[in-house]
Design a protein around this ligand. Sequence first.
Ligand SMILES: C[S@@+](CC[C@H](N)C(=O)[O-])C[C@H]1O[C@@H](n2cnc3c(N)ncnc32)[C@H](O)[C@@H]1O
Length: 773
Amino acid sequence: MTRRKKAAWRPKSSKPWNDNRTDIVSPEQMKNANLEKYYKMQNILPAEEWNAFMERLKMPLPTTFRVAGFRETATVLNDLIKTTYIPTLSNAIDGEEVEPPAQLPWYPDGLAWQFNVSKQVLRKNPDFKRFHSFLVFETEIGNISRQEAVSMLPPLLLDVQPHHVVMDMCAAPGSKTAQLLEALHTPSSASTGTGTGTTAIPPGLLLANDSDHKRTHLLIHQSARLPSPSLLVTNLDASIFPTIRVGAECVGGGNGTRQLLFDRILCDVPCSGDGTLRKNVGIWLKWGVGDGNGLHSLQLRILQRAMRLLKPGGRIVYSTCSLNPIENEAVVAAALRSMPDFMLVPTSSSLPSLHRRPGLKSWTPAFTFGGKRELQFFATYSEYVAALGEKDEKKYTESMWPPEDQSEEAWDLTRCMRIYPHLQDTGGFFIAVLEKKALETLELKKRQADDTAPEIATKKPKLEEDVVLSDAAGAESSAIPTPSAVKEEEKPDVKGGGVPNNAKSLPLNKTKGKQSEETGGTFKENPYTFLSPDDPIVKACIDKLHLIPSFPDSNIFVRNPFGEPARSLYLTNDIVQSVILNNDYNKIRLMTAGTKLFVKQEGAKSSADDSEESNSKFRILSEGLPVVYPFVKPETVMDANLVTLRSLLEVYHPLCENFQQPFKDAIVARSSGCHILRFSEEKNDSGSLTHELVLPIWKSSVSLSLMIDKKAKSALSLRVFGQDITTAGREAASNQKVRATSSGTSIAAKDEETDQVVIAEDPEQANDSVNET
Ligand SMILES: C[S@@+](CC[C@H](N)C(=O)[O-])C[C@H]1O[C@@H](n2cnc3c(N)ncnc32)[C@H](O)[C@@H]1O
């Protein structure tokens, strides 16, 4: 379970950007004798760097953010930051040179930024204020993600491709999940930054898991910002993550089902979090050696489980925001020794402009005994055991000590990556990249080791599943003691919650209701019921949007046992559908899958009473449009210009007859219901659109509505027209003026009072768990 610290560690209120948390810990309190003693003993740094390291630990973190979302949108927004905002942000203020935001040099495509300006500057400088409100709006709608710089690293090193089967084992609140999803939707290598376009429906999948139910909801909220038919979210203990079955046709062909093995796994495990000291200043008061010691066993079990779920040739990134070797190198070393078919990938040449240090080869665990705070260091496990009194429990395992034999090059711990705060003004972090030997290498090794090799060589190659299972068996007989062996789960029972393997070839409506039969335990999610492509609502949605035949119309599901398209229709890709059909969603605690695509337009009136019209009451969600758009016949999309966009933003329901020609005639001729508008690049006196934009509208009998939410409208308005021209935006501005005038307080003074530089806080920060970045 997560080690969540008590109330004293949390902010009293949400303070998004005020990192200098003097409300909790004064600068004088930023010291901890045990912490210093412990890390000095570990020799984490050369002596001459120690002071710089400690000084930096006491300073607030600079603000970092990432331009998020699908690659094309992100690139457009990033260009806007570079061309519109940055040139205005380098003025001297009161004679003081202000550093404009700078791109993190190691982040692909320059999509991540860092800035470090005082609140005074943000208050005084109108250009910074303008930049700030741009960031606020774009963050609220998910185009910008405020994330610690070091926390952006693990997904980059995982090198996810669209065809990969990926798992994020400890995913909540989901900032790294969002990056992984982006990579899954970006053809070509996301890590090298060469990705350009977007894959609307990638063939691979991302399974994001977290054992904390509440935090899993945050994760779902976060990842909904990037609609993906390839996403699954589960709520399980990663250290005993069950076997997932999938139709053989999705994993190389054949009949029946196979165990789903992963190409890529991120283990961003729960940790003591002392690398986040600059942000979570409460750690200065609370840090204890027991935090890391107590987590070692869980961390190791999670990593070992990931290793068993990995395909041959696959890759795992293990990461923590802790500096403690017990949670880092010790876990990696023990895991490698328990499964010798893995190697550590050298990381020194990846992301060349990132300053990092190699992993440690030696360290000395420390403990406190008898309620005393004094640390006792033990160079070996046997010294520790010898020091225990008769009544003392032998709580810790040998795996916490450095391995004696470190001659194996493939397990060289210096291949791990350590990031320290003083190296490039970040938090502290640890990353190890592990790879499992490819199938051919494994088989060759088996043959060499086996006297009966010639006989085996004539047999069919082993299934991936068999190889993994035999590895697991090997692991359990390994000489290295591990905190607790993970049992290989039995194949899940597919009868209650799943359907036969050939479900897709069965009439799909036969699956309706099946999964609702078993709703054991406390898991109370609605079932997943796939609709037949012949379902009248599915057909109406497809017809209305003029989708081409390659649209995966048999992958649409609803979340009720009866297959009633009551409110929302969701879309998966083939492999996610196969996971849903071949597993009991209760047993795998499947919280959500795929992406919501169509929703019923409440209050929509049909102009005719026939059922075809009433089926057209469903509309495409704006978030789902990027997924569907590649399947829309281009000639059915309506062209519109900036004048039309302005009217749609300024008024909630502009009348069709008030639009300019030629759009007026075109929209009048359309039936009521959902339509898609396309705006091309354009510049006029009032605004400028630098990229093609597609938006959904709803036509009632006489008027139109732009079907994006208020915040998205405001953000779009700021981007295109340089100001918030929306009804909501105008109302908010005039209310603010009235409030300021009636209280006699200027808006600037108000800012001073709140003492914040505000961009909507990311949920990670809102939850303020000490053990994460
Ligand atoms: C460091 S945080 C993950 C941060 C996340 N990767 C991100 O970037 O937003 C660790 C997470 O592990 C979860 N966790 C703790 N124990 C777990 C377990 N046994 N299995 C799965 N998740 C666990 C916690 O709930 C927490 O959300």
